[in-house]
Design a protein around this ligand. Structure first.
Ligand SMILES: Cc1cn([C@H]2C[C@H](O)[C@@H](COP(=O)(O)OP(=O)(O)OP(=O)(O)O)O2)c(=O)[nH]c1=O
Length: 210
């Protein structure tokens, strides 16, 4: 296990040294990196995990999302030492799981399905540290207002749907589509900040103001 010795000015103004593990963000998502930066946490290393994201037959969205975060962490556990954080975000319309659309046609179909409809956004976080896996699952319910065909076409043309579960990004133009939300905004963007900060703090990783 590689641990980094670093001063923690928040707890040791006298200059004491504390052990904190190397922190690896197991994600290619720029949003997840930005969300961590928002709470003053910078990974020592970024390692994207490449796994098969196909849901199993009849797999329930909560099980699926948890499995994805867990498998990303497991895939990286052999590649790096320290605390490895992975996450997965899925959108569920009823029992249907909407992942990242493969093309504009699928994105269009997802947006038509979600237009004017209540749906769920699930984000699972998995932290692998010292041979153990610590997990959290956060569920957010969202209702998009009804979208006109022109709005959907404009959004498709913007390209913002690419790489986003459910084919929309709440943090961009689609913010104007959201009529109502109950849950965690940061979880919808990719990482529930309250739960993630708690998991990381237990592993000795805290935000700094540097
Ligand atoms: C619903 C929604 C999803 N998303 C994003 C978050 C995730 O990055 C993405 C879902 O794909 P994920 O498979 O969760 O993540 P990823 O492929 O982007 O990155 P990695 O697996 O390497 O960590 O959708 C938004 O950015 N805004 C939104 O409003």
């Amino acid at each position: 296990m590689t641990d980094i010795i670093s001063p923690r000015p928040d707890t040791s103004p006298s200059g004491d040294f504390h052990l904190r593990p190397a922190f690896i963000l197991g994600s290619a998502s720029p949003r997840r990196l930005e969300l961590l930066a928002q709470i003053g946490i910078r990974p020592d290393q970024i390692l994207p995990a490449d796994i098969d994201e196909t849901p199993k037959r009849n797999e329930e969205v909560r099980d699926y999302t948890r499995r994805m975060a867990r498998e990303k962490a497991a895939a990286l556990a052999g590649q790096a030492e320290g605390a490895i954080l992975c996450a997965d975000t899925s959108v569920a319309a009823g029992r249907r799981i909407l992942g990242k659309p493969v093309d504009a046609d699928e994105a269009r179909a997802f947006l038509r399905l979600l237009s004017g409809r209540r749906h769920r956004v699930l984000t699972a976080v998995a932290l692998a540290h010292r041979g153990r896996l610590h997990e959290r699952l956060v569920e957010t319910t969202i209702r998009l207002r009804p979208l006109s065909p022109i709005e959907i076409e404009d959004y498709i043309a913007s390209g913002e749907w690419q790489g986003k579960a459910g084919a929309y990004g709440i943090q961009g133009r689609a913010g104007a589509f959201v009529a109502w939300l109950q849950g965690s905004y940061s979880a919808v963007v990719g990482l529930p900040l309250a739960e993630t900060a708690t998991l990381l703090a237990h592993a000795g990783i805290r935000g700094t103001s540097e």
